[in-house]
Write a protein that binds this ligand. Sequence first.
Ligand SMILES: [Zn+2]
Length: 233
Amino acid sequence: METIKLVRTSLLAAFVARMDKLVSKAVKLNCESLVSYEVGGEVFKDTEDDVSKVSYTQVAVYGETPIIQGWQFLAVLEHKDGGTLVRTMSGDSTVPADYHKATPRCEHCNIDRYRKDTYLVQNTETKSIKQVGSSCLKDFTGHESPEQIAALFAEVAEMRGSEEYGETGCCNNPNRYDINFVVAMSIKLVRETGGYVSRANAGDESCSTSDRVYNDILAYRAAYKNMETELLK
Ligand SMILES: [Zn+2]
């Protein structure tokens, strides 16, 4: 499974740090194929105002549905008062309709008791499906911590789908401005303030031309867009 995500470049470090945590958890669980990622190229996208762009970085997130000792995780069944919630863990396999109404039973021990979650696993060779309680998963799969693998897979799925680092997240500040627009803004400010003021000459009040240009860009970038034609004549 591969998901290509567009991560805002300003948030790339945070995204990568979170991915690295998932990868190292997978390594600890001896389940490396569960998650990996690759950082790709930078992409600039226009913003609504037409004069600025936001930098994104493409990140490919890879991961296979966990298979332990020949049993592939299909889904987690959450048993609630109102019914059963099926959280699929495999990209392509579908969960048979019967399991959408399944009671919290365990086909491994057959002990009838309350269970919050049960797991659906499928034998990769025989394709037979078993519903197993969380405490029996360990016996059933022979892996020390199958529950942690399932939990980690859910976390990876969440990262795949997350918009937190993408376009609709917060702080979507532009990273690149149209050069003509910036030059036009600078000309306007130099004219208005009676000359160019370098950072070194501006003192503590931060009224250098570059600071003014930057502040004005932030505040008025859309409004000034039409000036460039006139000012650059
Ligand atoms: Zn059991």
